[in-house]
Write a protein that binds this ligand. Structure first.
Ligand code: GDP
Ligand code: IMO
Ligand code: MG
Length: 426
């Protein structure tokens, strides 16, 4: 039975948290598989806002939640998150894969140093890039190492020495770094999180063998993928559906559904090309209406029109089987609304997302304008949420049907508000 991947089709913050929460009611297992505390996934339930950075949002439903091997996990942030849930009386069963990497202070220091130098890409400063760098350089520390801290001390020493050298040579910073201090931190982590360490890959495969439902929750967005995204303005992991299989440890044939999530418009946090970025004052109007401020860092998000070139590219990369469109309510009152159908580059029209950043940076959007829609009345909302799509304003229906045709995928979910129940299933 099904493994369902839910993935962002833009540059993150598409509303993955909201959609994953909505569809995870029947999940037997919920898994986060890449990234770390850079993610910020929001669920709004009965007026209360819950923000998740590490845990799959299905923790809120009391599901068994897993952090897979492809993740880089910040123990401090994870403990904070568990503490907040405990205060709400929620104690989800948690399994952390022993192969997942631990984000250490040295990683956060390097991320901070790079961003403070003014030359960074505008990261979340959560140590993500350095943690993956150290993983690739084979000097990372994994959760399974918590059982053998003494035996990984030579590796830890190498990581500390590398950090000292980098801070000094690249950033001109002299920082006292002590291996004993880091290993003490690891002993503390072992005492608090050691009990959760297990084999997520095995758990997921066994659950699927039994016919269980497994939800794999993507973080970041496809366009932030380190290979296929807008490199170097990306995160340091693979965010696509294919990567989900590897990061969890399942074969690609085990996945039944890939649901791509996109906003009705586009946002991006941090630096990097953004062809459909809106002009003022519309950008501010949408930012305020959509409350477009980072869930993790509070930074104002850059706002743009829907970019069909980019979203079609993401659908292709992920093999998305259906699409969820969120935040249509945040575009109401804006008339006309624009959709980017192609890019213009050097007098040529490009229909496919360019692989070169040098090209993308010079692309100008080719827009079609569609009629905007008004706010929905309470009555229309109630009817629509019962599944009666036809009660919605004609212009909004046209917009969704237009996107559906353009993207060549069924738009299965349309989100008209932040609350869990404000989701139309088509
Ligand atoms: P994620 O990282 O993809 O999970 O998205 P975030 O949680 O970072 O950002 C999405 C924001 O939009 C959150 O504040 C959600 O509560 C909110 N949101 C999601 N869907 C809708 C919607 O349809 N309408 C409105 N108004 N807000 C939404
Ligand atoms: P969710 O899961 C939006 C962006 C950062 C920066 C780049 C690299 O909530 O969609 P990093 O800290 O990962 O090294 O930063 O990636 N970024 C996100 N943008 N949503 C996210 O997560 C993001 N996670 C990272 O802003 O541009
Ligand atoms: Mg987010």
């Amino acid at each position: 039975m099904p493994a369902i991947i839910i993935i962002g089709l833009q540059w993150g913050d598409e509303g993955k948290g909201k959609i994953v929460d909505f569809i995870s009611e029947n999940a037997d297992l919920a898994v986060r598989y890449q990234g770390g505390a850079n993610a910020g996934h929001t669920v709004v339930l009965n007026g209360k806002t819950y923000r998740f950075h590490h845990l799959p949002v299905a923790a809120l439903r009391g599901k068994h939640v897993c952090l897979a091997s492809g993740m880089v996990i910040d123990p401090v942030k994870l403990l904070e998150e568990l503490g907040l849930l405990n205060k709400e009386g929620i104690r989800p069963k948690l399994t952390i894969d022993g192969k997942a990497h631990i984000v250490l202070d040295v990683h956060k220091m390097l991320d901070e140093a790079e961003e403070s130098s003014g030359k960074g890409v505008g990261t979340t400063r959560r140590g993500i890039g350095p943690a993956y760098t150290y993983k690739a350089a084979r000097v990372g520390i994994r959760f399974s190492d918590l059982a053998e801290i003494e035996s990984v001390k030579p590796r830890l020493k190498k990581a500390v020495d590398m950090t000292r050298a980098l801070l000094s040579d690249v950033y001109n910073m002299d920082v006292e770094l002590n291996v004993e201090h880091v290993s003490q931190f690891l002993y503390d982590v072992a005492s608090k999180l050691g009990k959760y360490v297990g084999d997520v890959s095995l758990l997921v495969n066994e659950t699927l063998d039994r016919g269980g439902v497994v939800i794999l929750e993507g973080a970041q967005g496809t366009l932030l993928d380190i290979d296929h995204g807008t490199y170097p303005f990306v995160t340091s992991s693979n965010t696509t559906a294919g990567a989900a299989c590897n990061s969890v440890g399942i074969g690609p044939k085990r996945v039944d559904e890939v649901i791509g999530v996109t906003k009705a418009y586009t946002t991006r946090v941090g630096k990097g090309p953004f062809p459909t970025e809106m002009e003022e004052p519309i950008a501010s109007m949408v930012r305020e209406k959509g409350k477009e401020y980072g869930t993790t860092t509070g930074r104002p998000r850059r706002v743009g029109w829907f970019d069909a070139v980019a979203v079609k590219y993401s659908i292709m990369l992920n093999g998305a089987t259906s699409v969820a469109v969120t935040k249509v309510d945040c575009l109401s009152g804006i008339d006309p609304v624009k959709v980017c159908l192609a890019y213009e580059f050097n007098g040529q029209e490009l229909e496919n997302f360019p692989s070169s950043l040098h090209v993308l940076e010079k692309c100008k959007p080719v827009y079609v304008e569609l009629e905007g829609w008004r706010d929905l009345s309470e009555k229309e909302k109630i009817e629509a949420l019962k599944g009666n799509f036809d009660v919605l304003p004609k212009q909004l229906r046209n917009y969704i049907e237009f996107l559906e045709e353009l993207l060549a995928r069924p738009i299965k979910y349309v989100s008209i508000g932040a609350e869990r129940h404000e989701t139309i299933v088509r």
